[in-house]
Design a binder for this molecule. Structure first.
Ligand code: LP5
Ligand code: MN
Length: 248
């Protein structure tokens, strides 16, 4: 049986072709699979699950929720881990889609292969401003105060944060926005040297061979979804990167 792992779709109404390609892939491929893991930044921004109940703002998510739910009802196991764009996805959305929420990181054991899943943003420790922002917005207190505001105010905050983030990134080096080698080593040590660390976030798909304390580990990085998407596929042949073409 096949398991798919994807990340960084950044689904939004402004890029309907990506949503259409994703839905088509769910209906034609994932329907035959055992499980699908979504490692965050599934949507461009998420300001609270109540958006689903809003007739205008929630409309773009209706086909996504319905298609995921149909797969879950057919027995495909669906898992979701938060990214930095959708850390506010909660139980209401998860239940509507039939998704099980996973903590970051999560260790999977497939036979004799151990795979550690993460979104990847927590490993970008050189990006000090982002880590401060992350600590703030992941606190229960901040989230309760944010979610207590009206939906339109939250959408405006998110828009402002997106502008600020785009502006910040223009002045950061590529190194600052990549994972920090020491943070990766510490995580792999903490999880007793899994065979693979699988993450997204950096949008720099690739495979990196690491040797830590005499153990060989692979850092497999997934890509974002534009004309193509680099995801991962696990089946009887093992875990491999897999490129989906999203062009129709
Ligand atoms: O996302 P991306 O790729 O642009 O960059 C990320 C880091 N930025 C972020 C911020 C998100 O993009 C913002 C959208 C999240 C919406 C969530 C719900 C609503 C929350 C509302 C918050 C007020 O994750 C960026 C990294 C980059 O990855 C590379 O790793 O560098 O981090 C930053 O830019 C750090 C900044 O400090 C982010 C600060 C935004 C704060 C804006 C406050 C807005 C307050 C509005 C007041 C009127
Ligand atoms: Mn991300």
């Amino acid at each position: 049986m096949t398991t798919w792992i994807i990340s960084d779709l950044h689904l939004c109404a402004q890029r309907p072709a990506v949503t259409q390609a994703f839905l088509h892939w769910l209906r034609t491929e994932v329907v035959k699979a055992e499980a699908l893991y979504i490692l965050g930044d599934f949507v461009e921004v998420w300001v609270g699950d109540d958006i689903l109940d809003h007739p205008q703002h929630g409309a773009e998510f209706v086909p996504i929720v319905q298609t995921l739910r149909a797969l879950a009802d057919r027995g495909v196991k669906l898992y979701f881990m938060h990214g930095n764009r959708d850390f506010l996805i909660g139980q209401h959305f998860a239940l509507a889609c039939g998704l099980q929420l996973l903590p970051d990181p999560t260790l999977l054991i497939w036979g004799d292969t151990r795979v550690l899943l993460s979104h990847g943003d927590a490993l970008c420790t050189d990006d000090v401003a982002y880590q401060q922002f992350r600590t703030q917005v992941r606190s229960t207190q901040w989230q309760q105060a944010f979610l207590a505001q009206p939906l339109t105010a939250r959408l405006a905050f998110a828009e402002h944060a997106r502008q600020q983030s785009t502006q910040n990134k223009a002045s950061y080096s590529m190194d600052i926005m990549d994972v920090n080698a020491t943070a990766v080593t510490a995580l792999l040590r903490e999880y007793h040297y899994p065979d693979v660390l699988l993450h997204g976030h950096t949008h720099r798909p690739g495979s990196h061979r690491l040797e830590i304390d005499g153990h060989v580990c692979e850092r497999m990085v997934l890509g974002d979804w534009h004309d193509q998407a680099v995801c991962a596929r696990h089946d009887q042949h093992g875990l491999q990167p897999y490129t989906l073409s999203l062009l129709t």
